[in-house]
Design a protein around this ligand. Structure first.
Ligand code: TPP
Ligand code: MG
Length: 322
């Protein structure tokens, strides 16, 4: 693929990306603090530092496009048109949300699986349905570097390329699958080159560079929407935290995560917007206050909602729709 167009998105888009990135970072941290307090210990798979990948993609999708996130950055789903911050917070705090993130077919969330890799074939199915129904919608399927090594993913890519389906596969390469470095899992440097073997355009991008990630995602999504078929993007990032909170990370060189903080997409993007003259320090302070206020107000609203009595109750709006 050729380099993304150097044309800058409008100021409105640049600032929307910043606000979404900030909301994802602060929102996930608030939710984690509440969950830790409730359980008495930190747990969960956290993804700070990886948010620019889904945020860039979601800002290029429509309400009816299909989207599957990597589980680690699930919270970012609020940025998909049709979903809201309240949906993401309600789901994270175990309340019934209007649009369950995991399964709201009318907004392109077609379900997932705790068995990594399995969902890839499901989303190929969604792409087939979009072709048959001539919706013009595209599908973006993100998964981690570890999950991308699984057999269903390969089957999905073979079929997607053979049938030229409107689907984009994205590898969120944070360099680890649990305690195993990608160096021990792959004998290639650039994971995107696998696309050549399937017969689809492929590209590697710095997934911590918000603007470039947005431009690359836009290029592939526009191409796919115009009937150009599938492609594979490898978005490089870093897992800044443990696999799960509490994991002692004995498999990781000391200080590695701290070193990686200098590649933090939020800090980098903030600096870039300031250099472009799009953002001032006053804007940063104002947006920070606005985002925190919005998150706190939404948490308060969600915490006043009843706790579902069963899983069926929790998922009721999705199940009713079937
Ligand atoms: C088929 C399967 N094997 C193993 C697991 C256990 N498991 C959960 S998360 C994980 C690591 C996944 O790594 P990656 O896809 O790179 O995502 P990351 O955690 O880095 O975001 C593993 C092995 C699983 N859920 N499913
Ligand atoms: Mg990984």
């Amino acid at each position: 693929m050729e380099a993304p167009s150097l044309e800058l998105p409008s100021k409105e888009v640049l600032l929307k990306l910043y606000r979404d990135l900030l909301t994802a970072r602060r929102g996930e941290a608030e939710i984690f603090a509440i969950q830790s307090k409730a359980t008495g210990r930190g747990s969960g798979h956290r993804g700070p530092g990886e948010e620019a990948i889904p945020i860039a993609i979601l800002n290029n999708l429509t309400e009816t496009d299909c989207f599957h996130p990597n589980f680690r950055t699930y919270f970012c789903h609020f940025a998909k048109p049709g979903f809201t911050l309240k949906d993401a917070i309600a789901q994270s705090l175990g309340r019934r949300s209007e649009h369950p993130l995991i399964f709201t077919p009318e907004l392109g969330a077609m379900g997932s699986s705790g068995t990594l890799g399995e969902a890839s074939v499901r989303y190929v199915g969604a792409a087939v349905a979009n072709v048959i129904q001539k919706t013009g919608d595209v599908t973006v399927f993100i998964q981690g570097d570890g999950a991308s090594n699984r057999a269903p993913t390969h089957e999905a890519m073979v079929v997607a390329a053979a049938w030229q389906l409107p689907i984009i596969f994205v590898i969120q390469n944070n360099k680890y699958g649990m305690g195993t470095s990608w160096r021990k899992s792959y004998n290639i440097e650039d994971l995107s080159v696998r696309g050549a073997g399937y017969g689809m355009p492929h590209e590697t991008v710095d997934g911590n560079d918000m603007l470039n990630m947005y431009l690359v995602a836009k290029k592939h999504i526009d191409r796919c929407r115009a009937g150009g078929g599938p492609s594979l993007i490898c978005a490089d990032t870093w897992r800044m935290r443990a696999h799960y909170e509490g994991d002692a990370q004995i498999y990781r060189p000391k200080g590695e995560a701290q070193d990686w903080q200098k590649y933090d997409p939020l800090m980098r993007y903030e600096k870039q917007l300031m250099e472009l003259g799009v953002l001032s320090q006053e804007d940063v302070d104002r947006l920070e206050a606005e985002v925190i206020a919005e998150i706190n107000a939404t948490i308060e609203e969600v915490e006043s909602m009843a706790v579902p009595s069963s899983y069926e109750d929790f998922m009721a709006s999705a199940i009713d729709g079937l």
